[in-house]
Write a new protein. Sequence first.
Lengths: 267, 267
Amino acid sequence: MTTLSVPAPPRFRPMGLVNYAALLLVLGLIVSSLAATAPALDKLWRGLARLFSPSGLLTQMFPPDFSRIEPISWKLLETLQMAVAGCFLGLILAVPFAILATDRLSPHPLVRHAARAVIALFRTVPDLVWAIIFIIIVGLGPAAGVMAIMVDKIGFAGRFFAEAMEETDPGPQDALRAIGASRLGMIVSAVFPACLPSFTATSLFALEKSVRGSAALGLVGAGGIGVELKVAFDLFNYDEALAIILLMLALVIAVEQGSGWIRRKLI
Amino acid sequence: MNLPLRVIDHGTGVTSVAPVLSVSGLTKSYDGRTILDGLDFVIAERQSTALIGANGSGKSTLLRCLIRLTEPTEGRIDMLGQNVTALPPRDLRRFRAEVGIVWQRHNLVPRISALSNVIHGVQSRMSGPRSWFQALAPANVRDEAMACLDRVGLADRAVARVDSLSGGQQQRVAIARMLMQRPAFILADEPDASLDPQTGEEVMALLLGLVREEGLSLLMISHRLEHTLRFSDRILGLSQGRITLDQPTGRANAADLRRFFDHPEAR
């Protein structure tokens, strides 16, 4: 065995009292959360067995019932239209918010903080909650869904657009500033072209997210296929519910594949 | 003190002319460290002046201070008949439009065409979408931009994306953009720094041609002794934030100048 002139260091650095307390707190939080909310194993097992029983949900779902495919397809189209309209409006409005939230482009630190706060608020509140708020404002139907998707997308894209603009090379912006270009001219001429790949990728992810989200918005009455799904479950038409779920899945996969193809072509 | 304001008339000798740039007591400090220490000098119009100095001597800071991309700590700058240090933001923007800058890195906007980049130069006197991209520009602006590209020998690459051009071609596009500004004064920050020797020489010859043929004034940071001697009428040497050399190029001694350069081949 080799004799070391310097002994190997200890495997773990000694922890201070504060670190021990923090570790115990985190462990306590995890254990208490699991104990309070996680399902008991026996209950879970009984539930799964019921799912496959002759009168269980899964048994009743098969085979899927496509007899109402026409009205369901129209609702599916409405879902896609809600997603596209809400996403389009959200992406357009996300651009000014992102500019105002960017260190280099914001006119004043107070404006920057305010824009970041609004983006964070839009992003933090779930789209289902926005849908409920807009149902109160504009009533039941797809308009509330479009508004909910729009606000959610301002939060989502606003953050990523701002990050993309922060990361651009400042050289071309400096050059245009030195020419005497206006702030708007500098942003459109120098910042946007440099951010185009990132903006495109974010926009396509936003569209995918919008399609997934808009399918669920109908559950609270904000239009789209979700309404059909809720009615099917409420009337115990589980076979029709499965048909709706499969069609939703097909739509989401089609949009994801389409946006992936566009991303590969453009970027 | 600097030499009296003179411009070299290659036919008859020395003629006194009015200054196009006058700097007095220019000081710039960062965090208590003095970068420029009370500089005084004047530059005549229609003259090519080389600014030389070792790395960290304050050359780039001086250039940025001249158009207040970096705010001077003290001192006064008069350029093109205006007290630059006293200009309010709106007038500063107008003033910058008259000064063309060729950067060490070309600072072109990536992903768009050479022609669109050149058209950005018109933002010195025109704002709005017509100055953002070549597709939106009016015919007279497009024609002028094509003439600028032709002046630098790149009219045939107008529609090429700038990031597909070679380093030398990109620098020439940057010069065409600067010409589009219709500047009265050119500041060049080591325009040949990132280019191979032959391309660097072509770019320097192009800049000197603008002085000789178009009557523009040029202040350039030069990092190559050979280019300093070949492409300037006058040399300013900057050392530890002070002008320690100011003489016509014709009287300059290469051996005296070597101390202002970092490169071993120049020493």
